[in-house]
Write a protein that binds this ligand. Sequence first.
Ligand code: AP5
Length: 216
Amino acid sequence: MNLVFFGPPGSGKGTQAERLKTKFKLRHISTGDLLREAVARGTELGKRVESVLAEGRLVSDDIVLALMRDAISAVKGDSALRGWLLDGFPRTIGQAEGLDGILGELDQAIDAVVVLDVDRGTVVDRLSGRRTCTKCKAVFHVEANPPRTEGVCDRCGGELIQREDDRPETIRKRLDVYEAQTKPVLDFYRGRVTMHTVDGGKDVDEVTQAIERVLT
Ligand code: AP5
């Protein structure tokens, strides 16, 4: 099964992908995680994209498509997996068209796009309170999903930090970019791919159950 999780920043794509990847035996591929990893490792790519991420703009389509071509191709060789789950990609019409080309070459297709529907006020609250583990990338929220010990990851004991792009002015910029460049991707898929819209404003467990219901 090959899935795309779609929704604005802070809609819960990463949280739900982490919960559902094991049940459905999918590789969770997050473009944001891949790009942040490149920045953290100080690679050539990381140096090129660091300021773009910090300012909440989009990395160019050619860079992102090259990353995704490698990541999706790698899933094919892993017999323990039944497919992939894309989180944060595609984010422009150009990326959606590029993904079509990659999938055509690999003889694969998207089985469903799951849209997490959340209003702007809710995502601002969520992103302002998000804390991310520097080691294992687990995601918490200071109120909705707090760690047992403040600042310490429940899963691996790593340090929890606030992402640089989760500052108020950058959150606003990311939401504007979503409205202008990413939301139109929904029209690209409408009528061509199965789409399920889920109320992403409910609590984490309820959203997980709603996604499971539409996918099984
Ligand atoms: P990326 O990392 O993809 O960020 P995003 O899309 O902005 O999404 P987020 O990770 O912020 O949110 P999410 O929906 O995963 O929510 P989460 O589960 O964490 O991209 C970052 C940057 O990389 C971009 O700005 C861009 O520069 C670049 N980039 C990435 N992909 C790109 C692409 N394709 N093209 C070009 N550039 C690209 O949840 C958020 C918080 O809410 C957490 O604290 C969580 O605990 C909490 N929460 C989650 N669900 C609930 C719930 N149901 N109730 C209450 N709290 C909840």
